[in-house]
Design a protein. Structure first.
Lengths: 144, 163
């Protein structure tokens, strides 16, 4: 099929809308020597990303670090899709936060799929959000 | 959520990771452009190369972009999630990013990762892995299947969960 890709840069509003549609994203973080990236269940708190992780996991490195968060939805068959990227500092929710803040965050509808001790709550405050969308136009479609 | 069963986190064997890497064509590369800088995650088309005892993940990028300028230490990830069953798997490749000459050893003909956005993707790179790991999350037994036993038989976790 004769299709060509169109790349569209998404607005911040569009990015936030798309972020709200998915339950799983990926957190990229630097460990001592090497970057790693892991999928996580997440939920939006305004424009912030909230996720949970267990003690001893690599994502513990995320606390107080600059991290990247990515969500995408890719259609391999049609070679199209979108991705949204969030940059920010991750901070662990804990005694440094007010009780009211903690209570509100703990009430968010965040349900990790993995059972176990996901005791660390992390929140990424975005410094930047961007995204893009790749669509395909079939040249035959131009005749409407 | 469900109180009826424990999910089960399985470490994938290297063979299974390679099989999954061989099946997919889109992954995400993460680079850290500079010390203390934020990591950057970019979805990319890739191709797993297995030849002469070597295993590489090949990608093509735009000269001068963030991947092209990145330090050598990178990670690469693929995953697949089942939104209905709340299951999924992910494979993580940690390795070193190298330039490769597409015109050497028929690389272009044999190993093109065929990026969807092909324009200007003229910087050919391979990730030389030093670690390939993966995990599969198995869903908990469905609620109804164990609805009777959850109250009576408290001692019935199917498997220990990971971590």
């Amino acid at each position: 099929m004769d299709t060509k890709p169109n790349v569209e840069v998404l607005t911040r509003e569009e990015c936030l809308e798309l972020l709200a549609t998915r339950p799983v994203g990926r957190v990229g973080v630097m460990t001592e020597l090497h970057p790693v990236i892991f999928p996580v269940n997440y939920v939006l708190d305004g424009d912030a990303i909230v996720f949970r992780t267990g003690g001893g996991s690599a994502l513990e490195h995320a606390a107080d670090q600059p991290v990247a968060f990515e969500v995408d939805d890719i259609d391999v068959e049609n070679k199209s899709g979108w991705s949204v990227h969030v940059w920010g500092k991750a901070s662990e929710i804990g005694s440094g936060n007010t009780l009211a803040f903690r209570s509100r965050v703990y009430e968010l509808p965040l349900h990790p799929w993995a059972s176990g001790e996901q005791t660390h709550w992390l929140r990424i405050t975005p410094v930047a959000i961007d995204g893009r969308k790749v669509t395909r136009s079939n040249r035959n479609d131009e005749v409407v | 959520m469900s109180t009826s069963g424990q999910t089960w986190l399985e470490d994938l064997s290297l063979e299974e990771c390679l099989r999954l890497l061989g099946e997919q064509s889109v992954g995400r590369i993460v680079v850290v452009p500079d010390v203390d800088e934020s990591p950057v995650v970019v979805p990319v088309n890739y191709r797993l190369i297995e030849t002469s005892g070597l295993r590489w993940v090949a990608v093509r990028t735009r000269p001068g972009n963030v991947i092209d300028r990145a330090p050598m230490n990178v990670a690469f990830e693929i995953d697949c999630v089942n939104l209905l069953e709340h299951e999924g798997w992910s494979v993580l490749v940690r390795g070193m990013l190298h330039h490769v000459d597409p015109d050497a050893a028929d690389f272009r003909e044999r190993f093109d990762p065929e990026p969807w956005l092909v324009a200007e993707r003229d910087s050919w790179r391979v990730i030389e892995p030093f670690a390939i790991t993966g995990r599969r999350l198995h869903a908990a037994a469905s609620e109804w299947a164990f609805s009777i036993s959850t109250r009576t038989a408290k001692s019935a976790p199917l498997t220990g969960s990971g971590r």
